[in-house]
Design a protein around this ligand. Structure first.
Ligand code: ACO
Ligand code: LMR
Length: 588
């Protein structure tokens, strides 16, 4: 087991496995109460959402979520602790996944009850015996006031945390198998002006991962701990471990304890109480026998909860700062924006204040930051976005989108309506194939598809490959835009997506000259290559951009400028309502 002092020296960060909002919020409130600058919880492994929003003091914080441990390990370099709130059936497997993903992690807490005993024994052998610190199962965790809270030990509401003086270390260690009682005793200790040095709940199962013996020795070794307060119960032999430690002198600090369950001796047959091990199968497991053995070893044994409370009150007091941390009145926001915020210096957008953007002067950098949600790492990314925008602004009034804007403008409609007419034209055939093409190239490379099979799979079902084909350009009549964009591949260490797209084109153009890699397909391929090699996006992150339609934004945004220019041009020309000449339409 890691010493309490080592934990104080490096409290570390935590990964939550599973979803239990009150438990997570309690840890965040503890972190904030202790004055930490950031949450100790790095992320949550749970499906169905990318972030969860929690209070951070009176404000709020977004905690990243990952659907699997692998996805979490892909995004997180290291983490020290695990707070495992999965079910008893899944506790073993998820704990193993955690340590496989983070082998240097220090340990964690398993909250679940009904963890099969053979699983608990296996986890003990695999991890606890090799130096990890695992607490549980069927308990409420480990608390080191001022430093680490793993679980709901010490309370699940900020008012409890504050009332229990948990923002600073005290001199009393509180140990128990019982989750409910350990929180009760923490409050008893705190209400008599004492501070907790640490609190550890072994949990009520027969094979606790951190044994009472380990916990008692940890208290003895901890320089902050001056007294040990222990709440035990009938059943099992934990207390006899403590008796041996006290008799041998391994534990010499004062022990104040209460052993519950004397009532069990009023029955002819042993009675099973709440916890799995709370069954006195023989006389030595009874509460009375344990009380007698502890008294004989020198412990101060209370015979009622009232006496227990009085004994605790008799411990010399700790000097504790009485700072209140009222979080009353905090309320959850209705929506979240991480791209824009208001500061005392005005609005920030995509990581810089608007005045800073004006001073910076590079609109391509601003657009790039806006689309990525953060400043790009590479100048190549900015240069590429700038070139894409300059080339995609327009492609003549002939193209369907511009034509619709023009016709709508000449029908006397205003800017927004005329723009909308053009924008509504963008889709799978015109301008809106960039995301589709990115999906084709990403899956083609990731799944190591054979280009010929890829093409055949579409031809069979008579579907078109996004990013391939053009109404104007063809082999022998190259699109000047794709030729300019292609030069970016020379600036990249590798361009596997562009290579794949070109391999597709090499085959499709043998079928028909117009089946070239078009500008949508070229933008998609090179953007994938740049995001992967220059911005270090993972496959998962690229897939999320495809699914979010990020790639189509690279055509839509600049083309809005082009459509607007056509609109204003038509307002200047004012040629009146457009009507297609009859002989341009086949009627009947
Ligand atoms: N993938 C596979 N086969 C195709 C593709 C494609 N993307 N595009 C056309 N073909 C085939 C057709 O199946 C047809 O084959 P067939 O003669 O055996 O029947 C033949 O080529 C001609 O098809 P058309 O639809 O007449 O080709 P057209 O030149 O009209 O289509 C278009 C041009 C609309 C761009 C088409 O190629 C397409 O939809 N491509 C995919 C979407 C896309 O990338 N659009 C972006 C264009 S660039 C821009 O908008 C900025
Ligand atoms: C465009 O950028 O609008 C063109 O590639 C489409 C076209 O038909 O010219």
């Amino acid at each position: 087991m890691r010493s309490i002092e080592e934990i104080r020296n490096k409290p570390g960060t935590c990964l939550v496995l599973g979803n239990y909002r009150p438990g997570i919020q309690a840890i965040l409130d503890f972190d904030h109460l202790c004055g930490k600058e950031a949450p100790s919880i790095k992320a949550i492994v749970t499906a169905g959402t990318k972030f969860q929003k929690y209070f951070w003091g009176k404000g709020e914080v977004l905690i990243p979520c990952f659907p699997t441990m692998l996805a979490a390990a892909d995004a997180i370099e290291s983490v020290e602790w695990m707070f495992n709130i999965n079910s008893g059936r899944r506790a073993r497997q998820t704990t193993i996944e955690f340590f496989d993903a983070f082998p240097s992690a220090l340990g964690g807490h398993i909250f679940a009850e009904d963890v099969p005993e053979k699983h608990a024994i296996e986890l003990y052998e695999r991890y606890q015996k090799k130096g990890k610190t695992l607490v549980g199962t069927a308990g409420v965790g480990l608390l080191v006031p001022g430093y680490l809270k793993l679980g709901v030990v010490g309370g699940a509401d900020w008012r409890q945390l504050e009332k229990n003086n948990l923002k600073e270390s005290g001199s009393v260690a509180v140990l128990s198998a019982s989750g409910g009682m350990i929180n009760e005793i923490i409050t008893m200790v705190a209400s008599t002006s004492h501070g907790i040095s640490f609190a550890l709940c072994f949990g009520g199962d027969r094979f606790p991962l951190t044994s009472p013996k380990d916990a008692f020795l940890a208290a003895q070794d901890d320089s902050q701990t001056k007294h040990i307060v222990y709440y035990g119960e009938l059943g099992g032999y934990d207390e006899y471990e403590l008796v041996e430690l006290m008799k041998s002198g391994a534990v010499s600090k004062p022990v104040i304890c209460y052993i519950s369950g004397v009532i069990g001796e009023a029955f002819d047959e042993p009675v099973q109480f709440g916890h799995a091990k709370a069954l006195a199968g023989n006389k030595s497991e009874t509460a009375s026998a344990k009380r007698a053995a502890l008294t004989e070893a020198g412990a101060i044994v209370a015979h009622s909860m009232k006496e227990f409370s009085e004994r605790i009150a008799g411990i010399e007091k700790d000097e504790l700062k009485e700072e209140a941390m009222s979080l009353d009145g905090r309320s959850a926001s209705l929506f979240t924006s991480t791209i824009s915020k208001e500061t005392e210096n005005g609005y920030e957008f995509a990581g810089s204040s608007l005045p800073d953007w004006a001073h910076e002067g590079d609109i391509a950098l601003q657009i790039c930051s806006a689309l990525l949600g953060k400043h790009p790492q590479s100048q190549i990314t900015v240069d590429f976005i700038r070139t894409v925008f300059l080339l995609s602004v327009d492609h003549g009034p002939q193209v369907s989108g511009a034509l619709n804007t023009i016709v709508t403008a000449r029908a006397g409609k205003n800017l927004v309506d005329s723009l909308a007419a053009g924008l509504m034209t963008i889709g799978p055939r015109f301008g809106g194939a960039v995301s589709g093409a990115a999906n084709e190239w990403l899956s083609g490379v990731t799944e190591a598809k054979d280009p010929a099979e890829h093409i055949e799979s579409y031809a069979k079902v008579k579907k078109y490959i996004a990013g391939i084909g053009h109404k104007k350009y063809r082999v022998g009549l190259e699109d000047p835009r794709t030729a300019i964009l292609a030069k970016f591949s020379n600036r990249l260490p590798n361009h596997r997506y562009y290579d794949y797209a070109k391999a597709i084109e090499a085959i499709t153009t043998t079928k028909k000259g117009s089946l070239i890699l078009n500008v949508d397909g070229t933008i998609a391929a090179l953007m994938l290559d740049i995001l992967e090699s220059e911005e270090h996006y993972s496959h998962q992150e690229l897939k999320e951009l495809v699914d979010a339609d990020f790639f189509n934004a690279l055509f839509v945004i600049p083309r809005i400028v082009g459509f607007t220019a056509h609109y204003l041009d038509q307002k200047r020309l004012d040629e009146g309502l457009f009507r297609l000449p009859d002989d341009d339409v086949l009627l009947g």
